[in-house]
Ligand binder design. Structure first.
Ligand SMILES: C[S@@+](CC[C@H](N)C(=O)[O-])C[C@H]1O[C@@H](n2cnc3c(N)ncnc32)[C@H](O)[C@@H]1O
Length: 693
């Protein structure tokens, strides 16, 4: 199945109304901070689940879930208890499953399984394995959830009538191309469990995860049904649990709050779940958490194969059967102009990864399909994909001259990339930001040169490959360095916030952290010029850079660091005045609804902001970059026109000049730069999320 546009769609606009979830679950890490029913942050005194009148086999110890209000608790508690979620949390806290970092996917499967059974949406043809039949006999109680399995096959008449009204003849299950479906959703079980593939190795880890997860789900349900703990190892195989777990692995999406933090997982109905992946998608999605959305559009997409709406959904996104009626809703939004009848696609993976190495591998390991979208199948890789894999020596790096792979042996490049991965791992896995910073700075500046040769003549440098400024591992390195320098700065300032020596060292690290965040934003923005679907990542990078520059500008160490006389800045006035160059003081929705006017307004605003960003960056860059061997080699991180005309990274050529500006001048430029980065981030965010009300 795939989804297509039912009308011509302008570049920016909602394609669906808010679609309610079929089931959802918070990540383990958010259980104590967010409401398990609406996903909003918890109040200081949260509400526990309401125990059912006749509690059955509820494990009497924590962990459990929490709610923001008595209403949310009363809405969700019945499902929480009857789906066996407390039992899974209990089992998981005693013996976590190594293949499952957390329990959210498994709790989501339990909730979905219960919802499907209650709505009689279980497969007609999928059948139950002999193991599951055995289990039903063992369970044997009248109100045993597994007993319900016996009745799940026949969708009730009411539901069939409702479905017929939508022009849908079969809603419960189907097997097309050998793929089992529940409520229209692909389970992909035959590929995930039995797949044999000629070109790619079958990911055994996937099979292991499914086996372990299925057993844990079945064990939790057994615990609810019987009154004793279950030895997971002794369980037979369970077809139903396996089927739903495969469905979750195929269709679940990470639910993110507005700042991009992932707080849980959810499965939606067909109008969302039938949207396929593309590495250059024309749509994205956002979540509505807690709040109401007043400006709803009707469904502007439909399944490609029919003129009907999706299997079990009405025009306003209401789901017939299944679905719990609350929880985080999803809205699909266009990010490019889409013609009537054109397929609507979203991204299942990080689009800043190059084709062969990472996107394809991740899609294969997670979904077992090979993407053949336009970006993946052009005869010569797109500019962005070449840039993300670019390797260079000091004098071989023009942005339009990217064919340097042949200059180096593959092993050399492989080794270099492994060294990068290791250095990033030093921070992420071993929590050693200092060593990570040292290693990454050296790698970015000199490539993989032996330590004793760290200061070779230029000729030696030319012989060695180095990852290009735009290489995907360089981009990973910048984000790692942004965070690692910030952690080091906070550590130093928290030791003794008044000691000058620590203070100045911490201040320098804050500067370097902010400089790297600006570099990530600049590099990703350069790639965005060639691949507009990168908009969501680029928006986040600019917003993060703006926030980082703003906190830096407020630190108290400016005067002592630049050894100038203190001048009191009127920060308030800097925030409230219009920029004298671009005349902007904020981003608000354009008054004209005409899509052409909107596109022109967007392009003009973008150009104004980027011009100011480039010129403000040149005012502060030497101050920001002065403590980093690598950053000192970059003339401007937000305007790469210099890459066309000069030799890149010729050590010594760009030794930064010491800024003669006064502290207050640099501070006010920094604040202006931060405000412009935030405004540009907001402009790009409005493409993906619309304008904040
Ligand atoms: C959430 S479903 C998308 C809808 C699905 N096509 C269906 O018929 O229900 C995800 C699955 O769709 C398939 N899929 C999605 N995007 C694809 C693509 N670009 N190429 C091949 N298969 C794709 C994969 O099998 C994947 O596991």
């Amino acid at each position: 199945m795939e989804m297509k546009a039912v009308e011509d769609i302008a570049m920016v606009g909602d394609l669906t109304p808010p679609i309610p979830p079929l089931a959802f679950a918070l990540h383990d890490s958010a259980l104590n901070s967010h409401c398990s029913a609406c996903f909003t942050p918890l109040p200081a005194v949260p509400f526990p689940p309401l125990l059912p009148r006749k509690p059955r086999n509820v494990p009497n110890r924590r962990p459990t879930v929490l709610y923001c209000s008595s209403l949310c608790s009363s809405l969700d508690s019945p499902l929480h208890f009857s789906s066996a979620e407390p039992h899974l949390l209990y089992l998981f806290s005693h013996s976590p499953l190594p293949a499952w970092g957390g329990s959210s996917d498994l709790r989501l499967s339990l909730r979905l399984l219960h919802t499907f059974q209650k709505s009689n949406l279980f497969p007609l043809k999928g059948g139950i394995s002999s193991g599951a039949r055995r289990l039903m006999k063992i369970g044997g109680k009248k109100d045993d959830p597994l007993e319900e399995n016996k009745n799940f096959k026949v969708p009730d008449e009411k539901l069939e009538n409702q479905a017929a009204q939508c022009g849908v003849t079969e809603i419960s299950s189907q097997r097309d191309c050998g793929l089992e479906r529940i409520a229209g959703l692909m389970t992909n079980r035959e590929r995930l469990v039995f797949g044999e593939f000629e070109n790619y190795p079958f990911p055994e880890s996937m099979l292991e995860r499914i086996r372990e997860g299925t057993k844990a789900i079945a064990a939790a349900r057994m615990m609810l049904a019987r009154e004793e703990e279950v030895c997971v190892e002794s369980l037979p195989e369970y077809h139903m649990e396996e089927l739903v777990l495969c469905l979750v692995l195929t269709n679940a999406v990470e639910v993110q709050d507005r700042s991009g933090h992932s707080i849980g997982v959810a499965v939606y109905g067909t109008s969302f779940s039938w949207i396929n992946h593309s590495c250059s998608p024309n749509a994205c999605y956002r979540f509505l958490i807690g709040s109401e959305d007043k400006n709803c559009v009707c469904l502007r997409i439909s399944p490609a194969a029919t003129n009907n709406r999706c299997g079990n959904e009405l025009e306003d996104g209401t789901i017939l059967g299944g679905g719990v009626g609350y929880g985080p809703r999803v809205v699909v939004r266009s990010i490019k102009a889409i013609e009537k009848g054109e397929e609507v696609t979203i991204a299942y993976t990080d689009l800043l990864q190059p084709k062969v190495e990472m996107r394809q591998e991740e899609l294969w390991l997670k979904y077992l399909f090979c993407c053949c979208c336009k970006r993946c199948s052009v005869p010569h890789s797109t500019y962005v994909d070449r840039a993300l894999q670019m390797v260079s020596a000091t004098n071989h790096c023009r942005s339009n001259m990217i064919s340097d792979h042949e200059l180096y042996k593959d092993e050399e490049i492989k080794k270099l990339m492994e060294t990068f991965d290791e250095a990033i791992g030093i921070y992420l896995s071993f929590n050693d930001p200092e060593r990570c910073c040292e290693k990454l700075e050296t790698l970015l500046t000199y490539g993989d040169i032996e330590e004793e040769n760290l200061k070779p003549e230029e000729e030696k440098l030319l012989e060695k490959p180095k990852l290009h400024l735009f290489h995907h591992l360089s981009i990973d390195a910048y984000t790692t360095l942004t965070s690692a320098y910030k952690v080091r700065a906070s550590d130093l300032l928290s030791v003794d916030s008044h000691a000058i020596e620590h203070g100045l060292q911490g201040f320098d690290m804050y500067k370097t952290s902010a400089a790297y965040s600006l570099l990530v934003a600049g590099v990703s923005d350069h790639l965005f010029m060639f691949e507009s679907s990168l908009v969501a990542s680029v928006a986040n990078f600019w917003t993060a850079a703006g926030e980082s520059l703003l906190s830096l500008s407020g630190l108290k160490w400016w005067d002592s660091s630049l050894k100038t006389d203190p001048v009191k800045l009127d920060i308030k006035s800097l925030f409230s005045t219009e920029c004298s160059h671009c005349s902007l003081s904020g981003i608000s929705e354009p008054s004209s609804k005409n899509s052409q006017d909107h596109t022109i307004w967007f392009q003009e605003t973008k150009m104004l902001l980027l011009n100011c960003i480039a010129s403000l960056t040149s005012d502060v860059w030497s101050t920001l970059s002065s403590q980093s061997s690598f950053l000192k080699l970059i003339p401007n991180p937000t305007d790469f026109s210099w890459l066309e005309s000069i030799e890149y990274l010729k050590v010594s050529r760009f030794e930064s000049h010491v800024s003669g500006a006064r502290a207050d001048e640099i501070q006010s430029s920094l604040i202006l730069l931060a405000i412009h980065c935030l405004m540009y981030g907001e402009l790009l965010t409005s493409i993906c999320y619309g304008f904040a009300p």
